[in-house]
Structure formats: C-alpha cells, structure tokens
Design a binder for this molecule. Sequence first.
Ligand SMILES: Nc1ncnc2c1ncn2[C@@H]1O[C@H](COP(=O)(O)OP(=O)(O)OP(=O)(O)O)[C@@H](O)[C@H]1O
Length: 272
Amino acid sequence: MRDETLTEPLSDDPVRNDRDDVVIEVRGLLSQFGERSIHENLDLDVVRGEVLGVVGGSGTGKTVLLNTIIGLKQPEGGSIRIFGHDTADMTRAQAAEIERRTGTLFQQGALFSSLTVLQNVASPLVEHTSLSKDTIRELSEMKIAMVGLKPEVHHQKPAELSGGMRKRVGLARALSLDPELLFLDEPTAGLDPIGAAAFDELIRNLSDDLGLTVFMITHDLDSLYAICDKVAVLADKHVVAKATVAELERSDHPWIKEYFLGPRGRAATKAA
Ligand SMILES: Nc1ncnc2c1ncn2[C@@H]1O[C@H](COP(=O)(O)OP(=O)(O)OP(=O)(O)O)[C@@H](O)[C@H]1O
C-alpha cells in the first residue's frame, strides 16, 4: 500500500489518474524472479503527451518495470493496459499494432554492430512495413537528420561512433515507425554534461513537436528538472509518488527527500 502521508502535498491523485487520456495503465503489478518480488501492488498511469521521469534507487526495478510494460517480461500478477489494450489478453495483431505505436531506446543502445547506421535505423521499417527500399531509405535518412546526425554517419558502423552519437542512432531507430509512445532507459547515462543537456533538449523538442508520450528512466537530476512534466518514484516495491519535481521537493518520504534535497539535488535545482 502507498504511504498515505505522501499523497498529501502532491497534486490530485499522484499515481492513478482515472482519465481517458491514459496511455499506460498499470494496476496491482506483481513482478517476481523466483521467490523474490521486485514490484508488489504497483499502480501507475502515464498520460498522453507527458514526459514522465522514472526514478528510484539502484535495483528498485525501473528497468524491470519498463520491460514488463513493453512485454519483454510477463507480470506475475496485476494488469497492464497500453492504448486501452490489456497486454495479457491481446491478439497477435493487437500486439503488433502496439509494437508499431511504441519505440524504445534501451540502456546500451542495443544497436546491431554488424549493420550500418542507416540499416540500424531502417530495421523496424523493414520488419513492420511493406514500404519500398527507396522509401525506407528516405524515411530513415529523415530520422537520422531529426536526431541531429549528419549524412556522413549513414554508412558507419556503431563501433565507429561516439557514445552520444550511438544514443542518437538508437533514438532515430526508436522513432523510425513514428511512435506515439517512447520508452527511454537512462538515455543520458555515459554522456558528458553538455552532451546530456543536448540530448535532453532533443527529447523535449521531439515530445513538443510530435506530441510524444515519453516514459524515461533516469538517474540524471538535471534531466528531471529540464524536461520532465512529472516524475514517478519507485521505492518499497511500488510507485510511492507521481508528481512534478516542485511537488516532490516538498515530500516527506525519506528517499525522495534525500534525492531532491541532498547535495546533488540542490545543485540541480540551482542549475534549473
Ligand atoms: N533476469 C533477471 N533475473 C533475476 N533477477 C533479475 C533479472 N533482471 C533483473 N533482476 C533483479 O531485479 C531487480 C531490479 O532490477 P532493475 O534492473 O529493474 O533495477 P533498476 O531500478 O533499473 O536499477 P539501476 O538503476 O541500477 O539500473 C534487481 O535486483 C535485479 O537484480
């Protein structure tokens, strides 16, 4: 159960929205590996058009939550609805439709090392559409330009690129099917502060321009302040709060307090 004291300083209902523009609805989620539970009774709503930051201590289950929402891990209990479809009860066609409407940037980029940048970005289009080769190439080139990469990279392999460029290629691939919903697992991890700020700005602009809903796991406080509309906090095996950073700064939860009001949190507040 959520700590009721936490709901006090936060807006309306911090975790559940009960609104019809909910894109992801998680209810009573139970996630386990063997006997060990990672999530218990976890509720979360992600609302259309919001950039949601997902934070929590190391090992609290942020990546497991993402993997469970996108269907890479089956939940042991509870329910998950994406675009109104219950993920436990979908036809293959519905699952394919959801895959087409979502894009994911995994923590390590998960690029195919033997393929060029262009081939990597094109791969979801090859898999999910019957477009001609020329159209796929043109669309992929557009996505590569959209994430701020030059045409010179088209024929390079991932290993020839910097970490920041690889992240951008991963983002271009995640955007290749024009998703409505984007999952990002620590997109700025491993980037220098300037590269991270540029990547943050890119995500915010994409969200604003394309109306994307973004689910972004991050440890990067600067990203939370710079681009997130709301932040969901994972602790004690569930989402203990979902609120704006300003609201979370007033929370009494010990982990949230330490996170936002500790030295790094204060530095990020000043910089924001
Ligand atoms: N395939 C697996 N088998 C067993 N345990 C797993 C597996 N995947 C994750 N776990 C465990 O689930 C817990 C949550 O892992 P997860 O990667 O979701 O944490 P996280 O919050 O994303 O952490 P970090 O911030 O360090 O990336 C960890 O204790 C991890 O060891």
